[in-house]
Design a protein around this ligand. Structure first.
Ligand SMILES: CC(C)(COP(=O)(O)OP(=O)(O)OC[C@H]1O[C@@H](n2cnc3c(N)ncnc32)[C@H](O)[C@@H]1OP(=O)(O)O)[C@@H](O)C(=O)NCCC(=O)NCCS
Length: 184
């Protein structure tokens, strides 16, 4: 299903949030194989697992607007990583917002910019009452993105992913809190 054409979900000042194109896949595989990127996400993924993940996301996004799709820099069309909405088995009644970027693109506010757009999409298009974001407690960078976006710590929980158990910080923002933000 992934080919040379992409569906653009949204554009922000610097970013284009769109479905995957064939040219993204090598970058996606490299990102998901990077131990630094995957330090809080269960460790590096094989190329096969990454490609299967991309196909599953593409399908889910086109069907229902859920899935972490490509983050492209508008200025040069570089693939920066992925961001978007997830359904998590642990929290089936909520939508989760998430982000994952190639390390070369950390520290420039791209995750925050993409995350802000996906929050708006969750509230406007999906009409949800709140959006959550789940991170490993020590995932300082991801938790900082959540805080910049106005999500607040809701609770911590011991969650199980396959064989792994990890302590998760679950952040949340309600529609009313989001509407009070100047940029919403
Ligand atoms: C989580 C992750 C996406 C965060 O990336 P990040 O670069 O720290 O976050 P942002 O893109 O929002 O950038 C914020 C940084 O850019 C700086 N910045 C520069 N320009 C900025 C701008 N216009 N707006 C906001 N921040 C800006 C901020 O000051 C901040 O710098 P700091 O790291 O020195 O505090 C990244 O670390 C990652 O991909 N990690 C691996 C995958 C992962 O764990 N994902 C989350 C799973 S829960």
């Amino acid at each position: 299903m992934i080919g040379n054409e992409a569906v653009v979900a949204m554009e922000t000042p610097r970013l284009r949030l769109r479905t995957f194109r064939t040219g993204d896949l090598a970058h996606l595989v490299a990102m998901n194989a990077d131990p630094t990127v995957m330090a809080h996400l269960g460790g590096p993924m094989s190329p096969e697992a990454s490609l299967a993940m991309a196909e599953a996301i593409q399908h889910a996004f086109l069907a229902e607007g859920i899935g972490m799709i490509a983050v492209e820099r508008r200025a040069d069309e570089a693939f920066l990583g992925i961001a978007g909405l997830n359904r998590l088995a642990w929290y089936p009644d909520d939508l989760e917002v998430g982000w994952r970027l190639l390390p070369a693109h950390w520290g420039r506010g791209y995750a925050t910019e993409a995350g802000r757009a996906w929050l708006g999409y969750a509230f406007r298009r999906h009409g949800v009452a709140r959006v959550i974001s789940v991170a490993d407690v020590p995932n300082r960078r991801s938790r900082a993105v959540m805080e910049r976006l106005g999500l607040q710590l809701d609770h911590t929980a011991l969650l199980q992913e396959g064989e792994d158990r990890f302590e998760a910080a679950v952040h949340a923002i309600t529609r009313a809190e989001w509407e009070r933000q100047p940029a919403s």
